[in-house]
Design a binder for this molecule. Structure first.
Ligand code: GP0
Length: 836
């Protein structure tokens, strides 16, 4: 390609092509240039926002240079790529990550100081890119970091929501949702107005004979909406590989901007069309682990799948390979069932547009897709009504029926004696209206299905996908235990700890090979190291205490035990168990003599997390936490012995401050309900211990850090079903300790009891589905053990250091290597040393 350009031109290009800054002076030159010219500001009106913008633009330039080279290198190499389809990428802030990954933060700190700014203040000017709800979206973000760091050719595909997850405000103790318009200034995205795809909705299917006399189908006469690509660079750590995250934005198609309306004076109507098209990518649905079946959500899913597949197919076609090679060039991972429509869409492209035979197309599709399941909760399993799909995507519905027919015939041939199996495994649920079971379609259309922690991957094989294990054999199902990126969740969130580890291990290699942490065990008795480790934890607690005072007006003592539960508010995650435990503690303290109180370990209970706007019960728990805080924090008898804080608007950037400040964090879901959990990993990696149930990745964390270094409690997942059964038949008694808590709520201690009656009743009268009562005593006992253990600070410190040293397994790098090897069959493409 290059050879076709005259040497003179090439030389000029080389001479003038953008260079990366490496020194402080060069960095400042870039920053000032951007502030003066890109932003049209000057020394006299350069505030922190402008300093942020200038710094971000300087680093953006750096990323772009490597990003272009990476894309070129990957195009020339033309090896297999992975495409990670996720409706959510919870990226958080980009600047700090960019500075650390390209290893130029020190230069920037010094440069900004010259210009009169503190790095911390500059960093905090950035708004979070909050295009996700919780764990699932943050996992996708960690995966992008690992894919780039490990030099895998990989793309992320998602939607460019104008509004990310809402901002949470607490008003009078209640959650209020405020829209998050985050795009005012986003230097990290590049609009690609030349990369567009027209996406069709509605319309009809017409059958016809092609020239060879073959029966063909074509989908036509629909409404067209245009997808425009916006790209964001994803830098790896300590590598020049910079991958791409492509976000699609919707706008009215040119053909649609109806000039006839315009000319006939219906200007407003044609603007309205424009706005209607734009609503497709307008807002992220704020539900976590719950599907609501809204038509606009289905439109989002198809819009994104179709645009991404068009893009992927277009890239494949450039290599002029045969269709049978498609799975050798392309791996597509479905992050949950949200992108399942990609399966019938690829079938439609291959059959209707490319004229492949069904069987050939189907084997390509199956070999291309992998599907990750994130939950067994029934309310989270996606189903779409047949009439809705028929209306919106008529051709896809036909294809889904055809896939189902082929599949059921296969099952019938292989299991002729099993009468009921066909009804159970059919993609179509015979309800009123009929429903399409997306998880079944995803299983059938993929070559591998994985869960996200060992227990969870076992559970999917014995519950929701049991029949499919029988049909396909067990090898189709596998486990990839989740991980987290040590770059953001150690190096960025806890720079002092990262530095301390680096001095002991002789460098930062552990950030790329987290198993090296095991060498820290040699220092567990090293006095100097222990002291510094402890000081860092204390400093992180001081920072959170300061924030708590400034933002919430609550004074907390950093010497208290910091107990933290931050995650989406959900009954299965059981924040209610936590707050009932807090109330129990409060009642005990109140009943004590002053002399006994003096012996108690002081504690601060932090809560944080958003409730889905329509999740009434979760909102009630937020309210209860705030009410309890109001009473406890102002009780003179209690003082520092107990404080309760609800941290407003929990998000990724706040997590970076909160996680390093914990002594104990809570991961207390009803056994069998939390697929993995990923914050559990973040807390331990930052020198905090866990209180948790035998659920999700808690089990594997226990295996790694050792039973002595974690506080487990509660019933096991294999007993949950029986317990629920007993509840249903009224064969159980409310735990007396919990009854005391309820009595105090009912007596109005925390305000009008009426407001919390539904929460109490769900446990007392309505079966206690999440087994709060069954686990309550064990929870309280374990909290007491924690108080006792914490009193011996030396033992505590040994546990925390030992645990950090044993967390290597939970790097998302390990996780991505497993996907690459077991599911995607892709190889890394490291940049060459000469930078080519
Ligand atoms: C699972 F089904 N998860 C869902 C969902 O809709 N949203 C979501 O965030 C989470 C799981 O709850 C998890 O256990 C898991 O670690 C995460 O997906 C990533 O696999 C919570 O952290």
């Amino acid at each position: 390609v290059e050879a076709s350009i005259p040497e003179g031109q090439r030389e000029a290009w080389r001479k003038f092509s953008a260079k990366e800054f490496t020194t402080k002076d060069q960095f400042e030159t870039e920053v000032v240039k951007h502030i003066e010219t890109t932003l049209a500001r000057s020394l006299f009106n350069c505030d922190e926002a402008a300093a942020y913008a200038g710094t971000a633009l300087a680093f953006r330039d750096r990323l772009v240079i490597e990003w272009n080279k990476t894309q070129q290198r990957q195009t020339f190499a033309d090896q297999k790529r992975v495409y990670y389809l996720s409706l959510e990428f919870l990226m958080g802030r980009a600047l700090d990550n960019a500075m650390l990954n390209v290893q130029q933060k020190d230069v920037a700190i010094a440069g900004l100081e010259d210009l009169g700014f503190r790095m911390e203040d500059v960093i905090s000017q950035e708004r979070d890119a909050a295009l996700g709800n919780g764990g699932l979206g943050r996992l996708a973000a960690c995966f992008l970091d690992s894919l780039a760091t490990l030099n895998y050719p990989a793309w992320g595909y998602a939607l460019r929501y104008r509004y990310g997850i809402f901002r949470q405000e607490i008003v009078d103790g209640y959650q209020v949702e405020v829209p998050d318009y985050w795009l005012d200034f986003n230097p990290w995205e590049f609009p690609r107005h030349d990369v567009t795809v027209d996406i069709q909705f509605y319309g009809n299917v017409r059958k016809y004979m092609d020239d060879a006399g073959k029966q063909m189908s074509v989908w036509e006469n629909g409404e067209i909406v245009t997808a425009v690509a916006y790209d964001a660079p994803i830098p790896g750590y300590g590598t020049k590989t910079t991958n791409n995250l492509r976000l699609w934005s919707s706008k009215a198609s040119h053909g649609e901007f109806d000039f006839t309306k315009f000319n006939s004076g219906e200007y407003e109507a044609s603007v309205a069309d424009q706005q209607r098209a734009e609503t497709i990518s307008a807002v992220l649905y704020p539900n976590d682990s719950l599907e609501r079946g809204k038509e606009l959500r289905l439109k989002q899913q198809y819009f994104w799948c179709a645009a991404s597949l068009y893009d992927i197919v277009r890239r494949f076609k450039k290599s002029r390979k045969a269709w049978k090679d498609f799975p050798n060039q392309v791996a597509i991972q479905l992050n949950d069932t949200h992108p399942t429509l990609a399966i019938p869409e690829l079938m439609r492209i291959l059959i209707d547009n490319e004229s492949l035979e069904w069987d050939e197309a189907w084997s390509i599709v199956q070999a291309t897709f992998g599907y990750t399941n994130h939950t067994v909760l029934p309310e989270a399993l996606e189903k779409w009504s047949v009439p809705l799909i028929q209306h919106l995507l008529p051709r896809h519905l036909q294809i889904i029926y055809d896939i189902n027919l082929q599949f059921l015939q296969y099952v019938e041939r292989n299991f002729p004696k099993e009468r009921d199996i066909l009804g159970r495994v059919s993609i179509i649920e015979e309800s009123q209206p009929k429903m399409v079971r997306m998880a079944y379609l995803a299983v059938i259309g993929s070559h591998k299905v994985n869960g996200v922690a060992e227990l969870h991957s076992d559970l999917i094989k014995t519950t929701i996908f049991k029949d499919f294990v029988k049909i396909y054999g067990p090898d189709k199902f596998t486990n990839v235990t989740n991980g987290i990126t040590p770059r953001r969740w150690l190096h960025q969130a806890n720079p002092r700890l990262s530095e301390l580890i680096a001095t002991k291990l002789g460098g930062y290699d552990f950030l790329k090979d987290l198993n090296l942490l095991h060498k820290l065990e040699a220092f567990v008795d090293d006095k100097e190291f222990r002291k510094e480790f402890q000081e860092i934890k204390y400093a992180n607690k001081v920072r959170l205490a300061k924030y708590t005072k400034e933002v919430h007006g609550i004074s907390v003592n950093p010497s208290s035990l910091f107990d933290i539960q931050v995650k989406r508010m959900h009954e299965y995650k059981r924040q209610q168990l936590n707050i009932f435990g807090v109330i129990y503690r409060y009642l005990e303290l109140k009943a004590m003599s002053p002399a006994d109180r003096a012996k108690v370990q002081p504690r601060v209970s932090f809560f944080g997390g958003k409730a889905a706007p329509g999740y009434w019960m979760a909102k009630m728990v937020i309210h209860l936490v705030n009410q309890v805080g109001k009473v406890v924090n102002n009780d003179k008898d209690i003082g520092d012995l107990l404080k309760v804080v609800f941290l407003e608007d929990y998000n990724v950037s706040k997590a970076e401050m909160i996680v390093p400040a914990s002594d104990i964090s809570e991961h207390i879901s009803t056994a069998g309900t939390e697929a993995s959990g990923t914050s559990n990993m973040k807390f331990v990696l930052n020198g905090g211990l866990l209180i948790g149930t035998c659920d999700g990745a808690n089990i594997e964390i226990t295996r790694e850090v050792g039973e002595d270094n974690i506080f487990l409690f509660g019933n096991l997942s294999e007993d949950v079903e029986d317990l629920r059964h007993q509840h249903f038949y009224g064969e159980y008694e409310l735990e007396p300790m919990l009854k005391k808590v309820f009595d105090s709520i009912r007596s109005g201690t925390f305000g009008d009891a009426h407001q919390f009656s539904a929460l109490v009743d769900s446990i007392v009268d309505h079966g206690d589905y999440y087994l709060v009562s069954d686990d309550f005593k064990s929870y309280i006992d374990t909290q007491k053990l924690i108080d006792e253990t914490y009193k011996d600070q030396e033992t505590w410190l040994t546990k925390t250091i030992t645990s950090v040293a044993r967390m290597g397994f939970f790097s998302s790098d390990r996780c991505i290597d497993e996907y690459a090897e077991m599911i995607w069959n892709i190889e890394p493409l490291p940049p060459q040393q000469n930078g080519a």
